[in-house]
Design a protein around this ligand. Structure first.
Ligand code: RIB
Ligand code: CA
Length: 328
């Protein structure tokens, strides 16, 4: 099987970390690098968290590159209230010693400029899209060589998580998101928008976590360690038993497009005012504008978790989700 080359642009971040775990356990993917953007956590913390996850996975061979430390224009607002003071669920995992991993001598943008011209490299964007916007503006020809962009971000009919209408990644840096969607439009390309309409249905529950710990105690316990804070946050703010793991769905969808369904549409991102960060989806074609996005609105939650558990826990056969979790 020809593996698809991807760069994961992310802001780890608890769900970003789960997404990295899924990507590195998916044989369809060749993760050529992880680029970090300021978002859930400040960029240096995100860099350190990515290395912590890679150390757990035994994959410190994957380069981690530091990108933008703030949004293009707006003041930087992190999400440590959601992801914990260390950005990894207050797990306080030890830093990866520098001798175990040489700090990459180049920036995220320089890494993009080095790798993307090789062709057939896609980007799975799991944080604010500042790095991509900087690339589009400073190296437009390199940006045009991105094969595909799958973005966890935005919302169509689902309410926002940072305002009534805005999802965090596009709210944190709305100017960057607007540029990326505009640049995709200019190139008659479509970004795959894995928004809250589908990710809100991906809830890691206590039962699922308990089952994961039984199936693979080491990995299950690691996931428990980095998600406990996230479980508490979801109960406190949404009275939800469990936690919404947005980012792994973007990776799973990249691997298996049948997991989600949606429609092509023209999407613009509001950059200011009361609706700042909103993804304006022109489903009714009011603007008579060609599509620049595939907007995902339905997800096969069962198939997602079957894929997620099988791969992240490195199971030799698919888990008995119906028997163990749904008892049916
Ligand atoms: O709104 C959810 C998104 O914002 C996720 O990617 C989460 O990690 C944060 O980056
Ligand atoms: Ca993220």
């Amino acid at each position: 099987m020809k593996r698809k080359k991807v760069i994961i642009d992310c802001d780890p971040g608890i769900d970003d970390s789960l997404a990295i775990m899924l990507a590195l356990s998916s044989e369809e993917l060749e993760v050529v690098g992880i680029t970090i953007v300021a978002g859930n956590a400040p960029v240096q913390m995100g860099y350190e968290n990515a290395r912590k996850v890679l150390q757990f996975l035994g994959r410190l061979d994957i380069p981690v590159l530091i990108g933008a430390d703030r949004p293009l224009k707006r003041p930087f607002v992190n999400a440590l209230d959601t992801h914990g003071p260390d950005g990894l669920g207050d797990s306080q995992l030890p830093l990866v010693p520098s001798d175990a991993f040489s700090q990459q001598p180049i920036s995220a943008r320089e890494f993009f400029e080095k790798v993307l011209p090789c062709g057939s490299v896609s980007i799975i964007a799991l944080g604010p899209m500042t790095n991509l916007a900087v690339l589009a503006k400073q190296s437009p020809e390199v940006f045009g060589q991105i094969d595909e962009i799958v973005s966890m971000g935005g919302a169509f009919r689902s309410h926002g998580n940072c305002s009534p209408v805005a999802e965090y990644n596009y709210w944190c840096d709305p100017d960057a998101a607007a540029i990326v969607y505009e640049e995709m439009d200019r190139r008659s390309k479509k970004i795959h928008m894995v928004g809250l309409d589908v990710t809100r249905k991906i809830v890691l529950t206590p039962d699922l976590l308990a089952y994961m710990k039984r199936l693979n105690p080491e990995t299950g316990s690691f996931i428990e360690k980095i998600t406990k804070f996230y479980f508490d946050f979801h109960w406190e703010w949404e009275h939800l038993i469990g936690c919404v793991i947005n980012d792994p769905l973007a990776v799973a969808y990249f691997v298996n497009r049948d997991l989600c369904r949606g429609f092509d549409s023209y999407v613009q991102i509001e950059t200011e005012g009361i609706a700042m960060g909103q993804s304006i989806v022109d489903k009714m074609h009011f603007y008579r504008h060609s599509s620049n996005a595939v907007v995902l609105t339905e997800v096969d939650t069962f198939s997602f978790f079957r894929l997620f558990l099988t791969r992240v826990l490195r199971l030799s056969e698919e888990p008995d989700l119906l028997g163990q979790i749904l008892r049916c």
